[in-house]
Structures are given as C-alpha cells and as structure tokens.
Design a binder for this molecule. Structure first.
Ligand SMILES: [Fe+2]
Ligand SMILES: [Fe+2]
Length: 188
C-alpha cells in the first residue's frame, strides 16, 4: 500500500501497523495483499472498486486479494498488513455504525468484528466510571483509542493513542469518561 499523507509518502510493505492518511483525491493503483490487509476507517470515506467505506467501517482483505483504492474527500485509516493467519481467507466488511453493540462483561458493550482461532478484533464501549478486572493478555493485546480516554495503572491514553501489550503482560484498566476502543487480541 502507498501512503499519501502530509507526514511522508512511501510504499508500505511487510508486517506493519500504521496510520494512513489519504488526502482529497488521493488514489493508489491496483495492488495485491500477499499476506492480507486489515483496515479500520477513522474518518472521511475510503473507497475501492467495490464500494465506499465511511468512518467506522472495518475491512479485512485476505491473503491474495487485490484492489485499487482512492478517497474523494480524504480519509484516515488504521491499517495492519501481513498479520493474517495463513488459513484465514474470509473477506469482512462491517459498517460498525449500523450494528447493534452487545452487552459484555460488567457495563462494557462489545461489537465483535472478527474471530479466527485465538485472534479477535472488536469495538468495546466503556461507560464513564467503568473499571475492568485485572487481567493477563494471552497472545497479547493491541488497542487504538477511538473516543474518550483509556487508563490503567501505567498511564492515561487519550483519543488517538495506540497501545501494544505483549504476550502475558498484565494491567488493570478503567475509564473516567465515556470511551470507545478498537481492540485486537491473541495475535502477538
Ligand atoms: Fe490495499
Ligand atoms: Fe487488557
């Protein structure tokens, strides 16, 4: 994938996690994802030849898939490349703003986006004042804070923060304000 941004422009490849910005009218010629591409649209509208994906869309383009991408108005994406299980060939496209979020543990509300063996991706809404139990991350945990501010005993992580907690790490998370996080588990 190519990144069109005011930070820098580069051809992205290999096992990477990145924030990608498409400036208005930016486009990327047809390209193949030999090891898969996972995208969450943070703002704007991202497009390819199959459709338009507004902010809040979750996409999985499996191993060997290809597309040409563009954005008329510009958009920002959270992208993970080459991090698919080699047997996971499912294409996924979910407009999370059109989905019903489910009740999870405690007062948490969870929208599951993808699950394959030990790996899972979900949106989790934390209402103000919610505390989760101390826990250990089997296979690691990665979080991108979409709204509000996520906290644990190590620090505070406002909107736009990215946390990557390795296999067997532990923490005791909580929030003081309404907070929405994008969470990936079991892949590290
Ligand atoms: Fe792509
Ligand atoms: Fe955690």
């Amino acid at each position: 994938m190519y990144c069109a941004s005011h930070w820098k422009e580069f051809a992205e490849h290999g096992r990477t996690t990145s924030l990608v910005q498409f400036l208005p009218s930016a486009h990327v010629p047809e390209h193949t994802h030999p090891l898969g591409e996972e995208i969450f649209v943070l703002d704007g509208v991202f497009s390819d030849e199959s459709g338009d994906y507004p902010a809040g869309t979750y996409l999985r383009n499996p191993l060997g898939s290809k597309h040409a991408t563009f954005s008329k108005e510009g958009c920002s994406l959270f992208v993970k490349l080459d991090q698919f299980n080699p047997l996971d060939f499912k294409t996924v496209c979910i407009d999370t703003k059109q989905q019903q979020i489910q009740t999870g543990i405690g007062q948490l509300k969870v929208l599951s986006l993808h699950q394959y063996k030990t790996q899972g991706t979900a949106l989790v809404f934390w209402p103000a004042g919610e505390k989760f139990q101390p826990h250990r991350h089997w296979g690691g945990e990665e979080i991108f804070v979409l709204e509000g501010e996520f906290k644990d005993e190590y620090g505070s992580y406002p909107k736009g923060s990215w946390l990557r907690s390795p296999h067997l790490s532990e923490h005791f998370p909580y929030v003081e304000e309404d907070t929405l996080i994008y969470v990936k588990t079991g892949h590290l």
